[in-house]
Design a protein around this ligand. Structure first.
Ligand SMILES: *[C@@H]1O[C@H](CO)[C@@H](O)[C@H](O)[C@H]1NC(C)=O
Ligand SMILES: *[C@@H]1O[C@H](CO)[C@@H](O)[C@H](O)[C@H]1NC(C)=O
Ligand SMILES: *[C@@H]1O[C@H](CO)[C@@H](O)[C@H](O)[C@H]1NC(C)=O
Ligand SMILES: *[C@@H]1O[C@H](CO)[C@@H](O)[C@H](O)[C@H]1NC(C)=O
Ligand SMILES: *[C@@H]1O[C@H](CO)[C@@H](O)[C@H](O)[C@H]1NC(C)=O
Length: 439
């Protein structure tokens, strides 16, 4: 009997491995304050598209998503300029890039929420939601610890990021724009359990209505520095410290990790100071001084990289943008240096928003982002994307879109993957170290 069971489970295990769906990998036992991080297209992700998309479609879709993201990041940076809607007839299907499993309520309901370092609040699609794309909704009626906040609640008077809570009846609501979408949510509270840590009375938005298709389907967990972010709400537990390692988006086998709190963080890591820009005080700004292609420092106009509290200009690290975007003068200089190193004989082609692609094998130079006190040299996996067939290779970076208030350089997830990023807010510093959390 025992042997049969053993053989059966062995057979199941080999089946699972052969199909890349090892259930153990997708649901490792929770350890302390560390959560598994999945790419949205990973076999472990319930949000993955039903049919595998072609490489070109995946790339193009992620780029379109980034355009909406850049618009969100740049909104309200410059008060007087209006934000031009992104010109695109195509629908943005997915917005979350990296997700974690969060348990909400009592008894708990699992939601795969997007990890977003540039958002302060958390929001979840709730039962009865009009316009939500997800079939998995949080059913507040089934949770004994759920509570809607009324207009007198102190959280209702707080200003957070781009939206101010309002009173609707006696329910506190907030209305915000995210990418091309709009959401209306009731400000609510319930227990959020992250790995093994229950956080009672977590304040979040219970989404009632959405328009557009760019919201993460099962909600979003804000990790920025705003008053309603996880850092603020779990200040005593995590002391505004967290780190993550994002798995490679082509790797189906591995998950990354999100480690909350100061315990277990790397000791040997290079740091650069975190800056706070009053224009968008919750974003994680750093001082990018220059970029090296190979051994040569690229000649970039200093104004393209300079931190400016008046305009909101500067460089941020963001978990929600896929491909690094540099303001045009910086991007053009870096791209030209990169092309020059590849050599003149290889013909440059484009793919969607990528303008530096090759259909012949290339030997790419390294690229080093030089921050105040820290140089980060990116390996080729963080720099190039290759088509499935191996016939096209593109430099996985682009110019910031010109139709928004283009002052932000965004160091995005493709360039961060297989690195540990340590956000040490109490000491105002951001650490970066190589870590192979996926192959
Ligand atoms: C939410 O904001 C949008 C855009 O500003 C607006 O069109 C909509 O009417 C607002 N909805 C509510 C319920 O306030
Ligand atoms: C939001 O609050 C309103 C007013 O109290 C209520 O009717 C509605 O059901 C709530 N929606 C959700 C999703 O909790
Ligand atoms: C995933 O794991 C399987 C079995 O261990 C291995 O054969 C395969 O190459 C791995 N795939 C990737 C993309 O690492
Ligand atoms: C910031 O930008 C404003 C407007 O372009 C400019 O007048 C100011 O000199 C800049 N400040 C710094 C410190 O560069
Ligand atoms: C980064 O690289 C530059 C140019 O090679 C060098 O001058 C600088 O000292 C390096 N900075 C650090 C912190 O290592």
């Amino acid at each position: 009997m025992k042997q049969t069971l053993f053989l059966l489970s062995l057979a199941f295990l080999s089946f699972s491995i052969a199909h890349g769906l090892n259930p153990n990998r997708c649901d490792l036992p929770n350890q302390g304050s560390t959560l598994q991080v999945f790419h949205v297209n990973s076999p472990c992700s319930p949000l993955r598209p039903p049919e595998a998309m072609s490489w070109e479609d995946t790339v193009l879709q992620l780029q379109e998503k980034d355009e909406a993201r850049l618009q969100f990041l740049s909104s309200s940076l410059v008060a007087k300029k209006s934000v031009v809607p992104i010109a695109s007839g195509r629908q943005i299907l997915q917005s979350a890039t990296y997700i974690v499993k969060v348990q909400i309520g009592t008894p708990s309901q699992s939601m795969f929420m997007a990890v977003d370092t540039s958002n302060d609040a958390a929001w979840v699609p709730c039962s009865g939601c009009v316009g939500c794309s997800s079939s998995v909704l949080f059913d507040s009626a089934k949770s004994t610890s759920f509570k809607s906040l009324d207009c007198q609640a102190s959280q209702c008077t707080q200003k957070f990021q781009v939206s101010n809570p309002k009173c609707g009846g006696n329910t506190c609501t907030f209305n915000m724009t995210y990418g091309g979408s709009n959401l209306l949510a009731n400000l609510s509270q319930d227990t959020f359990t992250l790995a093994t840590d229950p956080i009672p009375g977590y304040t979040f938005g219970c989404i009632q209505t959405t328009t557009g298709t760019s919201l993460p389907p099962q909600g979003l967990l804000g990790l920025s520095r705003g008053p309603l972010s996880l850092l603020s709400q779990a200040q005593s537990l995590y002391q505004s410290t967290f780190s993550y390692c994002l798995p490679n988006f082509r790797s189906t086998n591995f998950s990354g990790s999100l480690r909350l709190g100061p315990v277990g963080q790397p000791k040997k890591i290079k740091y650069t100071p975190l800056l706070k820009n009053p224009r968008r005080s919750s974003l994680y700004y750093v001082n990018l001084i220059g970029i090296r292609v190979g051994s040569k420092i690229v000649d970039i106009p200093p104004s393209a990289l300079a931190f400016n509290a008046t305009t909101g200009a500067g460089t941020i690290f963001d978990s929600g943008t896929v491909y690094t975007r540099l303001v045009e003068p910086a991007y053009v200089a870096v791209r030209d240096a990169f092309r020059k190193r590849i050599g003149g004989s290889a013909t440059v082609t484009s793919l969607g928003g990528f303008d530096t692609c090759y259909t012949v094998p290339i030997v790419a130079p390294t690229m080093t982002f030089m921050f105040d006190g820290m140089n980060v040299t990116l390996p080729q996996d963080n720099l190039l994307i290759h088509s499935t067939a191996g016939t096209t290779t593109c430099l996985a970076m682009a110019s910031a879109p010109n139709n928004v208030n283009s002052v932000l350089n965004v160091i995005a997830s493709m360039q961060q993957q297989n690195h540990r990023l340590l956000f040490d807010v109490p000491n105002s510093r951001l650490g970066v170290a190589r870590e192979q959390c996926s192959s």
